[in-house]
Design a protein around this ligand. Structure first.
Ligand SMILES: O=P(O)(O)OC[C@H]1O[C@@H](O)[C@H](O)[C@@H](O)[C@@H]1O
Length: 247
């Protein structure tokens, strides 16, 4: 039922890009931050400025991962290593944490100015799975997860939330490691094999595959169905409402 295998009893939803239209807000903020930094660096070192690609670089190195992992993974691809710094680093600090703070300031400004919208098809799908008696959790790398759920008005639809803040407190490895999804299944008292993972990020479907979940549903918002399958999606849809129609 609900377009899912019959043995599925619980659903684990990623947030940005699956439930809310915030993946593009993150991608734009990452681009603004990295381009500013790469330009500064190129000017200082007299080298060519190669901008951040909001499709390829975002999908491959940043999307779905915790903030600091996104900074580190993209910089490593450009062979740049920065000191870690500390979480209180100001946005001017040339450290992994400083660049993370710079980017977070941009995300928060965009969210404040533009607001947050949920995907209507996803909200409909969550209502349907809840009506069928399944428990639901949000599993997001974002430390802003709770605020985004509240801003989108969908916080009450979920029984549990494993987000960037919880992952940090419980020392869980970020996606593409399966830890946060496994913690989500545990919080819902469900075996991974009986839980469905819903993800739009390559690192996220990879985490679903690594955790041996019952089914990994890739949500393709940007035309990357093939890559989602290659990284671990069992099924790919463009909108979760398609699953309701496939009943
Ligand atoms: O910086 P935040 O809000 O803690 O979010 C961390 C990551 O959360 C993920 O959900 C997004 O796909 C990434 O783009 C983002 O960088």
């Amino acid at each position: 039922m609900l377009g899912l295998p019959a043995h599925i009893r619980a659903c684990l939803f990623d947030l940005d890009g699956v439930l809310t239209q915030t993946a593009k807000v993150h991608a734009a903020a990452w681009k603004e931050m990295f381009d500013g930094y790469l330009r500064e660096r190129a000017t200082r070192e007299g080298t060519e400025f190669v901008p951040f690609d909001p499709v390829h670089d975002y999908d491959e190195y940043v999307d779905g991962r915790p903030r600091e992992d996104g900074v580190r993974t993209f910089l490593a691809a450009r062979e740049i290593r920065l000191p870690e710094g500390s979480p209180d680093d100001p946005p001017e600090a040339e450290t992994v944490n400083g660049l993370g703070t710079r980017k977070n300031d941009l995300v928060l400004r965009r969210i404040r100015e533009e607001g947050v919208e949920a995907y209507e098809g996803s909200v409909r799908f969550v209502h349907a799975v809840r009506a069928a008696g399944m428990r639901c959790a949000v599993v997001s790398s974002s430390a802003n997860c709770r605020d985004v759920l509240v801003a989108a008005g969908i916080e009450d639809l979920f029984d549990e939330r494993i987000d960037g803040v919880v992952a940090h407190e419980r020392r869980l490895r970020g996606k593409p490691a399966p830890d946060t999804f496994l913690e989500g299944a545990r919080a819902l008292a469900t075996e991974p094999a009986e839980a469905a993972v819903f993800e739009d990020a390559l690192a996220g479907v990879e985490a679903g595959r690594a955790g041996r979940f019952g089914v990994v549903v890739g949500v393709d918002r940007v035309g990357q169905a093939e890559q989602l399958r290659a990284h671990g999606a069992d099924v790919v849809v463009q909108d979760l409402a398609e699953l309701l129609e496939s009943r």
